[in-house]
Design a protein around this ligand. Sequence first.
Ligand SMILES: O=C(Cc1cc(-c2ccc3c(-c4nc5ccccc5[nH]4)n[nH]c3c2)n[nH]1)Nc1cccc(F)c1
Length: 264
Amino acid sequence: YTWSLNDFSLGKRLGRGKFGIVFLAREKRSGYLVAIKTIMKKEVVQNRVERQVLREIEIQSHLKHPNVLQLLAWFHDSHRIYLVLEYAGKGELYPILKDSPNGRFDDRTAAKYIYQVADALEYCHQNNVIHRDIKPENLLLTITGDVKLADFGWSVHSPSMNRRTMCGTLDYLPPEMVEHKNYRHTVDNWCLGILCYEFLHGYPPFESKECEETYKRITTRDIKFGDFISLLAKDLIDKLIVLDCRKRLSLREVMRHPWVVQYR
Ligand SMILES: O=C(Cc1cc(-c2ccc3c(-c4nc5ccccc5[nH]4)n[nH]c3c2)n[nH]1)Nc1cccc(F)c1
C-alpha cells in the first residue's frame, strides 16, 4: 500500500527550514497524529542532496527505538517528498529549556533526559549510526515527557529562538572535529557531556562571543561549573567532556552512573 496526502488531514505548521515545512497531520482512518515534513524536490535537486535525503530516509526507516523519532512512512508526488514522522506533543526541547526556572533543568529532569538520549545513542551506535549533532534543538519532547532524538540535519526548526552567539554551531563540536581529525562514534559521548552541562546551567560550557574564543576553550577544555552543580553531576560531565576520545565514559556507563540512576 502506498500512502498519499489524501490519507491525511493537514493541521497547523510545526516548523520550517531550508528544505521543508513540517505540518501536524491526522491520519484519517486511525485518527493517529503525525508530523508530515514536506521537502521540495526542486530544492533537493538544486542543492544536490538527493543522495543524502535518500540515505537519511534509508537510515531513519530502519531505526526503531522509543527515544529515536521514527520515520513512519514516506511518499512523493510531482513536486514534493513527504515524510511521515512521529508527532512529539510538546515540541522542541530548546524553548522548554529556555522557559524553565533560571533557564535550566533540575537534576531529576536533566538526568531523565540524559538517560534517554544515552539509550537512544547506544542504539544508534549499535546500528552504526553516529548522530554528530546532539543538542537541545535536535531533541523533541512527547506528551508523556519523554525525549525523542531527531536529526534536524535538514535544518528544520520551528521559529525557535536562536542561540545567544553566532558560534552556536561550534558549541557542541568535540576537539577532534574542531581540528578536522578523524572521528568515531565517541563524538556523541562528548556532545552528551555538553548537553548535560547545558541542561544544568542553561548555556553550553564553551560559549563565547567570538568563535575563535569558543574554539580555544574547546581545545583547552576550559570549563567552569556553577557552584549550584551537584558533585555527582560534575563527575559525569567531567568524564564525558574529555579531550582524548578514547577516555570518554561509554554510553552504557553513563546509563549506570549514580547521578543518572538516582534521578532517572
Ligand atoms: O527531517 C528529519 C527530522 C525532522 C523531524 C522533524 C519534526 C519537527 C517537528 C516535530 C514535532 C513537533 N511537535 C510539536 C509540538 C508543539 C510545537 C512544535 C512541534 N513540533 N513532532 N514531530 C516532529 C518532527 N522535522 N524534521 N528527518 C528526515 C529528513 C530527511 C529524510 C528522513 F528520512 C528523515
